[in-house]
Design a protein around this ligand. Sequence first.
Ligand code: GUN
Ligand code: ZN
Length: 429
Amino acid sequence: MSDITLHLGQTLWFEGDPMVLGPQSAIHNTRGAIAVQDGTVLARGSADDVRRAYPRADVEDHDDALILPGFIDAHVHYPQTAMIASWGKRLIDWLNAYTFPEEMRFGDAEYAQDIAGRYLDIALANGTTTMCSYCTIHPESVDAYFTAAAARGMRILGGKTCMDRNAPDGLLDSAQSAYDDSKALLEAWHGQGRASYVITPRFSPTSTPEQLSALGALWADHPDCLMQTHLSEQIDEITWVRGLYPQARDYLDTYEAHGLLGANGLYGHAIHLEPRERDRLREVGAALIHCPTSNTFIGSGLFDMAGLVGEGQRVGLATDTGGGSSFSMLRTMAAAYEVSQLRGVALHPSALLWLATEGSARSLGLADRVGTLAPGAEADFITLDLGSTPAIAQRSTRAADIWEAVFPTIMMGDDRAVSGVWVMGERLG
Ligand code: GUN
Ligand code: ZN
């Protein structure tokens, strides 16, 4: 047995951002291959070339399945796994009626462990190999999440959600305890194996200015860490923020004034942005995270993908489970397509696949490691069956090119399309 394994199938990779350069930045091989050694991608190319380069390697032939990097979900709430698809509320009522009661349960370490494992297994079955999650205010929820990911060998990001007002008592910390707990968790987990700690103020309505400042100070001390929060998701929320922060120029300013705006900042939703907010986000090089199934499910609005990318914003894609109505990045790509259509722009399949892989990895500052199958990347990859159901198969057999072949799976596919999942070169699903 060799220590090198070749995976043969259709391959697709990008030589640049197709949202900027167009679909021609994608390289498709109907008979391609990647070579994997010690959990890392060693080479990629046509199957013939890679076989010639490594004649003694083990070979796994996936026929005409499409080999892609594992999907990268740039914004999720794993503690909302068990209450996904809760009916009938908009953001603030949805948080109070469904989300906060569920998140209260995560002070129980055993419950947190149960849900963390359940969430990761569902995500992996859907082809998502890296995610950036909010945990709850309970340190136990963070330990459960990183421990479960480590057991599966996954590259993973997340942090303790901080809130010191406008939530039930059992979910409140304080400026000081948010700082202390976050710092202790960061020191325990950041850079441990494949884990990255993310400083996580939930959003301005559930933090006092003092708590935002404390977390801004923590970020200033750990500038290599990412910081994640929510921004301008619903009109009612924005009105509420205006009342809570009368001095702020706009919603983004509530973060900016407290040291929470920067290139390593991830701003979830970012739908109803003012011109000044767009300018500042672009100037600092922040990442905007598009959560399309959530934005339609909770009734938040239509993210301006074409306009934001066109003006040079960095954008990632995410399920936002469980405000989002799916664990699947395929379903999320479909929703991104539909939302963009409602704004008059048809996103090309190459743009959708980019967003779900390398684009989201870029938004997380990890594009040299995951979301790509470039040599040197970590070997987290999936195979997609492009005819996983009779309905998809009958459509894709008519395809004239890879884009027509893959688009039915993007629009109609689910976990049945994900025929294999590898993490660090090891098959997990
Ligand atoms: N804004 C603040 N918290 C949340 C959350 O848990 N989900 C969504 N979609 N928006 C939020
Ligand atoms: Zn969210």
